[in-house]
Design a protein around this ligand. Sequence first.
Ligand code: HEC
Length: 703
Amino acid sequence: MHGGAGTAHRRWGRVWCAAAVVLGMGLAGSVEEAGAARSGPSAAGGQAFTFNSQVGPLLRDRCGACHRPGAIAPFSVLTYAEVRPWARAIRNAVRTRSMPPWKPVPGYGGPFVGEQRLSDAEIELIAAWVDAGAPNGEGADFTLAPASRGGWRLGEPDLVIEMPEPYTLQAEGTDVLRKFAIPIPIPDRRYVQGVEFQPGNPRVVHHANMKIDPTLASRQLDAEDPEPGYDGVTPFSARFPFGYFLGWTPGQVRPLAAEGMAWILDPDSDLLLELHLTPSGEPETVQSRIGFFFTAAPPTTVPFTIRLGKQDLDIPPGARDYRSEDRYVLPVDVEVHGIQPHAHYLARRVRGYATLPDGTQRPLIAIDDWDFHWQDSYRYAEPFVLPRGTELTMEFTYDNSAANPANPHAPPRRITWGQLSANEMGDLWIQVVPRRASDLDLLVRDRRPMELAEDIIGFEMVLAADPDQRMVHDDVALLYTQFGRIPDAAKHYRESVRLAPGSAAAAYNLGTALLQLGDLDAAIAELERALRIDPAYALAHNNLGAALKLRGDLVRATSHYRQAVRLRPGDGEALYNLANALLMQGALDEAATQYERAIAGRPGSAEPLAELALLLATHPDAARRDPGRAVRLAERAAELTGHEQPGVLEILAAAYAATGAIGRAVATADAALRLVPPGREDVAAAIRERLDGYRRMRATRPR
Ligand code: HEC
């Protein structure tokens, strides 16, 4: 059907006719093609295709984001003079569909927002124009639309952050993956509706990921490297905002989120910018900027990203068809919004699909010629529902033979899982919104532990290959702690101490794990060592206080709690611990003062409220009692714990009794008794005894 264009290349009129026929067929045959929805090329007006009439605008719209001066592609398409020498290469690139880069197999999973594929008609238009000698035509040359000449495409950002110093990329050599921790200066919580990335030097910035780190981990790694940024792994604490991907590839600007779908950004966070840089042949400097767009509307819809993928990848050299698969059955109904496959160089084929409860399959995404350089996150043009019971499946295949032109190793080497591009990965992230908002919790609680268990496998894999990565030890230890596997956590913290014997943080982590294990002597030794390295380590003082208190050394415990409080005056946790220790030593008045400060330092925490209430209700010195205030404090504590904590209700009962509201005291103690978990007969007996006391008080009370 396309033959006509070829036979007609010598005469203008015929070229137009032939191409016009092709165009018509293209449109009729594939109305749903992405190209048809856009302002596609038009051969109206009886003219032949020329650069100025049709081809120029098409190239500008579909290629210009990358093919313009200073951008990532090797030539600009903005003027005829720039395009002309590339005409044949352009024809070849569009016919083979190697350009524009768009990886998903059409018709499998999409349509996606911003599909880059050219329609058949557009390809034939370009080919016919080249066949005809690539004429320029009449009229002024095209120039870039002002919007894409620089400046922000989503409007004026509410906040712009920038890499503090430019990074210098060497002229030659392999690709560089460099990470930069950039503080985000906001005074309080913000709702982020969009983020726009400006590469700073589009010639070398190939793609970028932006993660949020609420801890100091990224900043410390960055600081340890004398140059701007650092090489190496992303700390576990740096993640995409919950439920979102924040990536950038050339030419892409993710639109602002729909109302109610902003994500939450808290103060004191860093943005961890991961840049994939490609040397250009000359030394280049890079200083990227990120614009944030905030909204006043708190999120009402919270998406979740389900991550499918195994972290036990171990690909033997020469393996041509190594497979990695993962499946997950949805526990709730969801709406699917987006998808992002991720792998490194060896992946060849990427598949994601859903099997509905009735057995029908719904394709999600397919990429048949995976290219590390062209990975993207894709948003479905029409979000769709997958019912509970649907099985999500991912299937990736890898080629670790010499026949894979993307194989970075010659001869091929064994490749195992890891974050660095010399390792392999295989993740399929699926962004979903539960159909009922209340189902989010269920989904997260169902899925997250599976992903964390997989993370542990991955970290152990990395450490098996290289046991000297301290941060990986810390990260996996943190994960083990989340799973309550403290002995495993302690094992890795010990490795951290081995690798960084002078690090106070490493000693603190190990000491804290030992404390959790009840190994008090070892915990005290390690926490004391942390304090010898850094005497101003408030958290270490606090935990050392806890260990000493458990060993019965209240005096030294109090002294360390005092130092923790002196170093961090608002630390509600340390204040509460100090107050408890003082109370145990009979220093009631100072204990009361510290409980007051702990309440201010930990608003929303029931414990200091309840303890102070008890003290004010039962102070041995009647003059210091304040039953009215005790009731108010205890009522607040009961509210905060949903009236479900027997200990708190018991205190509330005592406070009522102290005000003389005996009826209420009885009812509340009764409620406390009913909440005592089975098997705690000791607790129940104590409450019953007090309950009897209140009943006697009521009986003897003068009417
Ligand atoms: C998302 C960015 C991007 C878009 C959009 C894009 N290109 Fe490219 N193009 C590149 C990059 C980068 C290269 C350099 C080679 C590579 O990395 O694959 C390139 C290389 C080329 C080459 C040289 C390939 C060769 O054979 O050496 C041609 C021709 C080309 N592009 C044509 C086009 C045309 C025509 C369009 C639009 C229809 C287009 N490109 C759209 C990024 C892009």
